[in-house]
Write a protein that binds this ligand. Structure first.
Ligand code: NAD
Length: 243
């Protein structure tokens, strides 16, 4: 039977991209909600809730999904690290795919970054550079955050190793530091580069998204997948079978 979704953040850029991609994938947007709408009431009449809105909406959306017994797909980014831990506990009670990036290419970039960070070791300085359109609210992007987590994990480093941007005379680069830089401008959909710079050589892994449809297709694929899962928090690696 065709899947019916609730789309939260329906008036936004991603909301519109998902609404236009849904029919090609045999998915119906049964409820389109945005600021001020009652998600809890609308949740009862759909199969899966899909959220691309703002971090403030996530708690209410997860509570509505749990109350209605419906799986969710969360694409919203920009949650504070402390806040996210609490939300993940709530999300674990229902089948939930939570991903900072739904593109297939970026999910391969995640795997390649982990491999490179391990293989190259700390003699290669790691930096993440991202660029997005001028309207993006959070920085660094959710994708950059995930890339940073992967590098920290691979190298056994804590979040204290992160260096957001650089200014003034800060002295030479500290060994083990992981830099992150956010560029904003124009209509850039999403670019991410991970740089591993050693002595005499440099490796750069770059992904560029040029159409929001890639995130929309990934999110809808996640909605189809999560409809048949047990409660738990999954990411796009699980959906794509890369985990
Ligand atoms: P946008 O600003 O164009 O749209 C957001 C929409 O959400 C707006 O219509 C706004 O009115 C609505 N909204 C805000 N607060 C709300 C609330 N409390 N309840 C319901 N609706 C609310 O933003 P966008 O570019 O569509 O991005 C939306 C989110 O998705 C951002 O967090 C962005 O970083 C994220 N995003 C994720 C991916 C991914 O692959 N995971 C890809 C692109 C964007």
């Amino acid at each position: 039977m065709a899947l019916t979704i609730l789309l939260n953040g329906a008036h936004g850029r991603m909301g519109q991209a998902i609404a236009s991609a849904a029919p090609q994938m045999g998915i119906t947007v049964g409820a389109a909600t945005d600021l001020g709408d009652d998600v809890a009431a609308a949740a009862r009449s759909v199969d899966v809730l899909v959220d691309f809105s703002s971090p403030q909406a996530t708690k209410g959306l997860l509570e509505a999904a749990a109350a209605a017994g419906k799986p969710v797909v969360i694409g919203t980014t920009g949650h504070a690290p402390g806040e996210k831990a609490e939300l993940l506990r709530l999300a674990a009670q229902i089948p939930c795919v939570w991903a900072g990036n739904f593109s297939v290419g970026v999910n391969l970039l995640f795997a390649l970054t982990g491999r490179a960070a391990q293989a190259l070791g700390e003699d290669f300085d790691a930096e993440v550079v991202e660029m997005h359109h001028r309207m993006k609210k959070d920085a660094p992007s959710g994708t950059a955050e995930r890339l940073l987590e992967i590098i920290l994990e691979a190298r056994g480093l804590e979040r204290g190793a992160l260096r957001h941007g650089r200014q003034g005379i800060a002295g030479p680069r500290a060994r083990g530091e992981v830099g992150v830089h956010s560029l904003r401008g124009g209509d850039v959909v999403g670019d991410h580069t991970v740089v591993f710079a050693g002595s005499g050589e440099r490796l750069e892994l770059t992904h560029r998204a040029s159409d929001r449809a890639v995130f929309a297709h990934g999110a809808l694929r996640a909605a189809q997948w999560v409809a048949g899962q047990k409660p738990g928090v999954y990411d796009m690696q699980d959906v794509l079978g890369l985990a």
